[in-house]
Structures are given as structure tokens and as C-alpha cells.
Design a binder for this molecule. Structure first.
Ligand SMILES: [Cu+2]
Length: 256
């Protein structure tokens, strides 16, 4: 009689365990992120980017000043590298510019093109007619659109970086000069070189973290959440083992 009761309990715990391991979960990316923009290529650009994520929906607000007036400025989420910004010292080829390519080991490739309308994929990376024009050197941008899964994962993993492009390095008042763009040789380097960069960091909690009470700190990363889930799974494994042990003890008791 006792045996009959004990066995299903063990089976139940064992059955529950794979369910947990099967949903280790995409780390939660929902919440608000902020980037404090720092100048690159001595652009003098300052500003901030705010991004609010809710599943695949992103609301992006960018305010920046000190940009070349009257010129379009490509802007992107870059993803998949270190999640950091380079310095002007990373001018590997010594052409006087930190090019978009030279910064890529830090901020990665284009994940999202922050256009004013239409496509937002990396294909629109240089769609100059759909990027903000800084009429008086200031850009104010707001748009809500869907982002892809790789970009969601970059936010969760801390590798999303906001980059604004277009810098008038020689102060001529327009994109010109002899150095050609590393991205499109038909354009001057000034049109595509990074003007400002900021890592997108979580500004506030998007959801209640798993086991958040004991983490103590203000921020909980996806890694910590996964760790918490792991601990839960371990505890359950322990419960199953304890159940099995109790079953063996009862068997022993029955034999005695
Ligand atoms: Cu970019």
C-alpha cells in the first residue's frame, strides 16, 4: 500500500524535470534600455538613445546634437560583438578615420537600421533617404517597429550598441574628402564613419526576476535568471532523489 503511493510520487518528479530543462528560456529581453552617446571621429556629438522592448516590439527614441546640419545620418543597432564602443585610436589603416569596419570588433555588425520609414533590416543600412536629417545639427527620432530575434537576443545578452554615422571631419559643411567609405566606395568616408556610439544597457527591470529577492542588486541579467532556473531544476532533482531514497527505505522496512 505504501509502495503504491510512493512510486507515482517519484515518477511525477522525474516527469516534471524534463519539462523544466526543455524550457531553459530565451533570456528575457523585455524592458527599457539606455545608451549615452559618446563622440567618435572627434564629431562633438552628444545624445541619448532610449529603447523599450516588449517581445518583438521596439520603441526607439534618439536625441542627439552636434551633428553635421542638413545631412542625413545613418543610425543602427549594431549587434553580436563585445557590446562596447571603440575609440578613435582604432584607426587601424591610419587614414585619419575610425571607419565603421574598424569599429566592428567592438560593436559588431548592423542588426537593425533605424530608418524613419519602411524596412529596418541591415539591407537598409545605407538607405540615406530614410534616415533622419539633422536640420540644425540636432536629431530627434522616435519610431516603434518589430525587431528580429537575433536583435532581441543581443539586448538580452548585453551586446546591442547604438551607432550614429556621418561626420564632417574636415569642417567643410558637407560630406566630402578624398578618403572613400569602407562600406560604399562611391561615398566619401565622412558620410558613413561613426559619429557617436553608446552601449545599450538595461535601465530598469522589465519583469520580476526569478528568485529576484535574493540577488540583492538592482539589476538582474538573463544569466542570473538562467542560473536561478538551474537551481530550481537541481532542487527538483534532489526531491526526486529523496523520493527514491524514501521508497527504498520503505522497501527495506517492509522486508524487515
Ligand atoms: Cu551603424
Amino acid at each position: 500500500m505504501r509502495k503504491a503511493l510512493a512510486l507515482p510520487a517519484v515518477a511525477l518528479a522525474a516527469a516534471a524535470f524534463p519539462l523544466l530543462t526543455m524550457s531553459p528560456a530565451l533570456a528575457d529581453h523585455n524592458g527599457s534600455y539606455q545608451a549615452d552617446l559618446s563622440a567618435l571621429n572627434q564629431s562633438g556629438v552628444t545624445g541619448t538613445g532610449m529603447v523599450t522592448l516588449n517581445e518583438d516590439s521596439a520603441t526607439v527614441v534618439i536625441e542627439a546634437s552636434g551633428l553635421l546640419a542638413g545631412a542625413p545620418h545613418a543610425q543602427h543597432f549594431h549587434i553580436g560583438a563585445e557590446g562596447t564602443c571603440p575609440t578613435d585610436a582604432e584607426d587601424g589603416d591610419g587614414d585619419g578615420f575610425l571607419s565603421t569596419t574598424e569599429g566592428a570588433p567592438f560593436y559588431g555588425a548592423i542588426g537593425t537600421s533605424l530608418t524613419t520609414g519602411g524596412d529596418t533590416s541591415p539591407d537598409s543600412g545605407l538607405a540615406v533617404d530614410r534616415f533622419p536629417t539633422a536640420d540644425d545639427g540636432t536629431v530627434t527620432y522616435e519610431r516603434t517597429f518589430d525587431i528580429t530575434e537575433d536583435v532581441q537576443e543581443a539586448f538580452a545578452g548585453g551586446t546591442a550598441v547604438l551607432v550614429l554615422h556621418g561626420v564632417d571631419e574636415d569642417g567643410s559643411g558637407t560630406y566630402d574628402g578624398d578618403v572613400k567609405s569602407d562600406l560604399d566606395p562611391s561615398l566619401p568616408m565622412e558620410a558613413t564613419a561613426p559619429a557617436a556610439c553608446g552601449a545599450l544597457e538595461m535601465a530598469q527591470m522589465g519583469t520580476t526576476p526569478v528568485g529576484g529577492a535574493e540577488t540583492g542588486g538592482g539589476s538582474t541579467t538573463g544569466t542570473e535568471q538562467q542560473a536561478a532556473i538551474g537551481i530550481g531544476a537541481l532542487a527538483l532533482t534532489g526531491a526526486a532523489a529523496a523520493g527514491a531514497l524514501a521508497y527504498r527505505r520503505r522497501q527495506a522496512a517492509d522486508r524487515a
